[in-house]
Design a binder for this molecule. Structure first.
Ligand code: PMP
Length: 286
């Protein structure tokens, strides 16, 4: 089926939405993005994604082309036009097309390029992998130094995903200076007893919207949260491990670099967190 997508104010068939070869998103990865999930036709944690989008744009000195209400209207229109029950909305804003290539930012009259499209994923929250858990490998983190900005420079994450595929596992965890930063497109955690351990926020990792919600729910469920780095060896020796992202939600990790985490099976804490997250988020979905 041909999707209806959004491009700079127009709702178009996907085959008719065209962006210039001079667009700075294409030439320089000069753009930011967001991915918001849809469950039961409603947007999950939309406010969180809007706040991070505004922050990413502001860190790159780009104007936010829309108010939160306008972004919401566009998201809802796309859900409606494409009949999405479960899936994702991908949003990208680039610095636009200055008509030529130059490293310096173009003048403010260059309009940003705004693209949104839907991804239909029936049963997104009923992923069978949540019952068996992911297996991951560790790879050196050679991404750039401002990973807190959600930019479209996804070449190395893409390479790391392929390294995982070649190793016959589900994903990779990045390691820098001997400690885990995060997954290719998700935040990484370990569980020890009643405690959840995950790296503290800094320029070194993306500030996950799902991370913020899950840590809030964990504290409400009387769990302890410790924000600090951990090594692969500590993760392999932990009781449980998991990742979070807007589209995988809370996903158990049962193996790291060939070593089982805990029993090597999905434990008790992670499925509980997944359930709390999905319950609370479905209740608050808009
Ligand atoms: N880290 C990285 C590197 C990511 O790409 C993502 C997902 N885009 C995340 C963490 C998780 O963020 P969120 O929970 O907002 O999807």
């Amino acid at each position: 089926m041909t999707r209806t997508v959004y491009l700079n104010g127009a709702y178009l068939p996907e085959t008719e939405a065209k962006v210039s070869i001079f667009d700075r998103g294409f030439l320089m990865a000069d753009g930011v993005y967001e991915v918001t999930s849809v469950l039961g036709g409603k947007l999950i944690d939309f406010g969180g994604h809007c706040v991070r989008l505004a922050r990413s744009l502001s860190e790159l000195e780009m104007q936010n082309p829309h108010s939160e209400a306008e972004w919401l209207a566009i998201h809802r229109e796309l859900v409606q036009l494409n009949g999405i029950t479960d899936g994702m909305i991908y949003l990208q804003v680039t610095r636009g097309n200055p008509g030529d290539r130059d490293f310096a930012y173009p003048s403010a009259d260059t309009k940003p390029t705004v693209v949104l499209f839907t991804q239909d994923k029936p049963g997104l929250a009923e992923n069978p992998a949540a019952k068996t858990g992911w297996r991951v490998i560790s790879v050196p983190d050679v991404r750039w130094g401002r990973r807190d900005i959600k930019t479209v420079q996804l070449l190395y994450p893409s390479m790391a995903k392929m390294m995982a595929k070649k190793a016959g596992v589900d994903d990779s965890w990045f390691v820098e200076d001997g400690v885990v930063t995060e997954g290719t497109s998700n935040n990484a955690y370990i569980v020890k007893g009643n405690k959840i351990i995950t790296r503290q926020l800094s320029h070194d990792i993306l500030h996950g919207i799902t991370r913020a919600a899950v840590l809030r729910f964990a504290v409400e469920a009387q769990m302890e949260v410790e924000e600090r780095p951990f090594t692969i060896a500590e993760a392999q020796g932990a009781d449980e491990a998991f990742i979070t992202s807007a589209s995988a939600f809370v996903m158990p990790v049962v193996e790291i670099d060939g070593a089982s985490v805990g029993s090597g099976k999905v434990g008790a804490v992670v499925p509980r967190l997944r359930e709390i997250y999905l319950d609370e988020m479905r209740k608050a979905a808009i």
